[in-house]
Design a binder for this molecule. Structure first.
Ligand code: SAH
Length: 222
């Protein structure tokens, strides 16, 4: 039970049961990383939606979180988390904090999370919610295209908005052996989930992992 904006939020047996079903659905759809499934099993996703939409929280769907933004579909969160191959204590940069749900999945995987959001109201609201839930990732209000040069390099970087191309600034902030996961493509259409791995000789290997649809990655703060 937590208190957020004066409202008590509880995580009861019904929610836990719905989460079990969601996990079975994600497994059925091809997610096999036990740690990722366990993380999703622990986190009350209904805390991230407006309380009147609790029934939607455990459906495998994206959902509006205000400011024209969405909390990503659980399958997408699981798929990106799986591709990221996070190890405990790794430094992970997320671009697009949004609701904070993906950030918490990364924390449950043991990562040290740094997350950037360009919409001020979302940044502030999410900071408050995560704090109330007892999570304290480093949350930044800023433009994710720039990454966080003063905290770089990162073991992992995950972008949760559609990027027209792979931002060079993010590649520069990736450690050797590091992995970037990013949906690349025109924001009005579909994007291709892409991983980029930084090799010891400084070169990058790019791989593609199917089509997804994200809200656009936008330059400059709001
Ligand atoms: N990871 C989020 C998904 C949110 S949707 C979650 O789990 O809920 C993508 C988010 O990226 C939106 O909140 C949007 O405002 C943000 N965004 C878009 N362009 C950005 C940029 N250049 N820098 C930082 N955040 C950005």
């Amino acid at each position: 039970m937590i208190r957020f904006k004066g409202i008590l939020l509880e995580d009861n047996y019904r929610h836990q049961g719905l989460r079990k079903r969601l996990i079975a659905e994600l497994e059925y759809k091809g997610i096999s990383d036990r740690k990722v499934l366990e993380a999703i099993g622990k986190i009350p996703r209904h805390f991230f939606l407006d309380s009147s939409f609790v029934e939607f929280a455990y459906q495998d769907k994206a959902f509006p979180i205000g400011e024209d933004q969405t909390i990503s579909q659980p399958y997408t969160v699981a798929f990106q988390s799986e591709l990221l191959q996070v190890q405990p204590m790794q430094k992970v940069l997320e671009v697009g904090t949004g609701s904070g749900y993906q950030a918490i999945v990364l924390m449950e995987l043991g990562a040290k999370v740094f997350s950037i959001e360009r919409v001020k109201t979302l940044h502030s609201r999410t900071k408050e919610l995560l704090h109330a839930m007892g999570y304290n990732p480093r949350l930044f209000y800023g433009d994710g295209y720039k990454g966080l040069p003063s905290f770089a390099p990162f073991d992992r970087i995950i972008v949760t908005a559609a990027a027209p191309s792979i931002p060079d600034m993010l590649l520069q902030q990736l450690k050797t052996g590091g992995i970037l996961v990013i949906p690349v493509g025109d924001s009005s259409g579909i994007q291709v989930m892409t991983t980029v791995t930084r090799q010891t000789d400084g070169s990058f290997i790019e791989k593609q992992h199917g089509q997804f649809r994200f809200v656009p990655m936008v330059e400059n703060k709001k």
